[in-house]
Design a protein around this ligand. Structure first.
Ligand code: SF4
Length: 192
């Protein structure tokens, strides 16, 4: 089973590396597929790669990544114990928000990552990821400002899921006071 999962994830990775389904492929240096444990304690979904992630081909390695690392550290979880990916796998120019067309084109990859990994704890980072998860898991749409730091119990097609909406770590780059909110919210995960 484990080998099959690894093979399917590798096939998916290669598919994403070659993907030209939306216009973002023209601007990217590297698609950011996602990385981490295939049996993760937490499955994190961000919005899209930024400049550093695009250059490295890895998720959350820039300044927002350093805040993300602090969040993980605060709950005693290592990067290799979680899986991290984004709704959209290629960097939107100038770090703009991905369009609905780009999200729709790319959604099938995140859907497959979730179908293969079947995560029990899904943490969304920011409003784009929360909106995507709301549609995927069929919950009523409310914004991250209402739902951050709450635990939403869901019955997914593969079993019980705990959804934990969080702000995107980048909010603390523009508003340093938000780091306390991020750290308080992520501690909620310890309850599940
Ligand atoms: Fe393909 Fe997604 Fe990249 Fe668009 S963003 S080119 S759909 S991998």
């Amino acid at each position: 089973m484990r080998e099959l999962l690894e093979r399917e994830m590798e096939a998916l990775r290669i598919e994403i590396l070659r993907c030209t389904l939306c216009g973002l492929h023209k601007h990217r240096k590297n698609p950011v597929v996602g990385e981490g444990s295939l049996h993760p304690k937490i499955f994190f979904i961000g919005e899209a790669p930024g400049r550093s992630e695009d250059a490295a081909g890895k998720p959350f390695v820039g300044s927002a990544g350093r805040i993300f690392d602090k969040m993980l550290e605060s709950i005693g979880v290592k990067r290799e114990e979680v899986y991290i990916t984004n709704v959209v796998k290629c960097r939107p120019p100038g770090n703009r928000t991905p369009t609905n067309e780009e999200i729709n084109a790319c959604s099938k990859y995140l859907e497959r990552q979730i179908s293969l990994i079947k995560p029990r704890v899904v943490a969304t980072l920011g409003s784009v990821a929360l909106r995507w998860a709301g549609e995927r898991f069929g919950i009523r749409q409310k914004g991250v400002s209402h739902l951050h730091g709450k635990i939403i119990h869901l019955d997914a097609d593969y079993g019980r899921v705990f959804l934990v909406p969080l702000y995107h770590p980048a909010v603390a780059l523009y508003n340093p006071g938000m780091i306390n909110v991020l750290l308080k919210d992520i501690r909620k995960i310890l309850e599940v």
